[in-house]
Design a protein around this ligand. Structure first.
Ligand SMILES: C[S@@+](CC[C@H](N)C(=O)[O-])C[C@H]1O[C@@H](n2cnc3c(N)ncnc32)[C@H](O)[C@@H]1O
Length: 207
């Protein structure tokens, strides 16, 4: 099964169950992105749209764009963004081939997206986010973080034996992928809510 088909199937449940579990991480990510006062923001892997809605509330004059590979997730985010009164453009595309010009956005966020990718694809996605980001702009990356070692071990074992079910969803240290990317870490924080979230705030220091 392809990743878009998996998320097409998950969308109706995901949109109801997951966002309330991560409301603290969502508002923290929106805050970190907004600290750069962006006038153009992109969420890659926008899912049900709750984070883009939170970003839109903090930056009402910013142009908001959401990208996802799943059509059903884009439908869910359209409904969420309309409900919250956040105008946004939603585009179906792959994170590794973003259909935007270089330096088009002042802020980019990827919330629980990169940990879905196999390791060899992560640099491609980071390169694309870096490419569409303006110099000095911020990227906020949210990823899984299991602070409890027993839960982490159980998750990793489940993942190892059923990789097709979980795709590549597992905790990784994205600092390991930043060498020679032109991105520098501004902030690295862990939010102990639900399964745990690690938020990396990056800034583009080099083209
Ligand atoms: C775990 S969900 C996270 C959704 C949302 N950001 C959130 O935090 O709830 C991952 C999302 O990324 C999307 N996705 C997966 N692979 C993608 C890719 N290669 N390009 C764009 N979107 C992708 C999925 O369809 C799904 O909506």
């Amino acid at each position: 099964m392809r990743i878009n088909q998996i998320y097409d199937l998950l969308a109706p449940i995901y949109r109801r169950v997951v966002p309330p579990m991560y409301d603290l991480a969502t508002s923290r990510a929106a805050q970190r992105l907004s600290a750069g006062a962006p006038t153009t923001v992109l969420e890659v892997g926008v899912g049900p749209g709750h984070l883009l809605a939170a970003v839109g509330k903090r930056n009402p004059d910013a142009r908001a764009v959401g990208v996802d590979i799943s059509g059903r997730m884009l439908e869910a985010s359209r409904a969420e963004l309309e409900k919250s009164g956040t105008p946004a453009d939603l585009v179906r595309a792959d994170a590794t081939k973003l259909p935007f010009r270089d330096r088009a956005f002042e802020g980019v966020v990827a919330f629980f997206l990169l940990d879905l990718f196999w390791k060899e694809k992560i640099p491609d996605a980071l390169r694309e986010m870096h490419r569409v980001l303006a110099p000095g702009g911020r990227i906020v990356v949210a990823s899984l973080q299991f602070s409890n070692p027993v839960i982490k071990r159980a998750w990793m074992l489940t993942h190892r034996f059923m990789p097709d079910v979980f795709a590549a969803l597992r905790p990784l240290d994205f600092k390991d992928f930043l060498e020679n990317t032109g991105l520098r870490v501004l902030q690295d924080e862990v939010i102990a809510q639900a399964a745990g979230t690690r938020l990396l705030t990056l800034v583009k220091v080099r083209a």
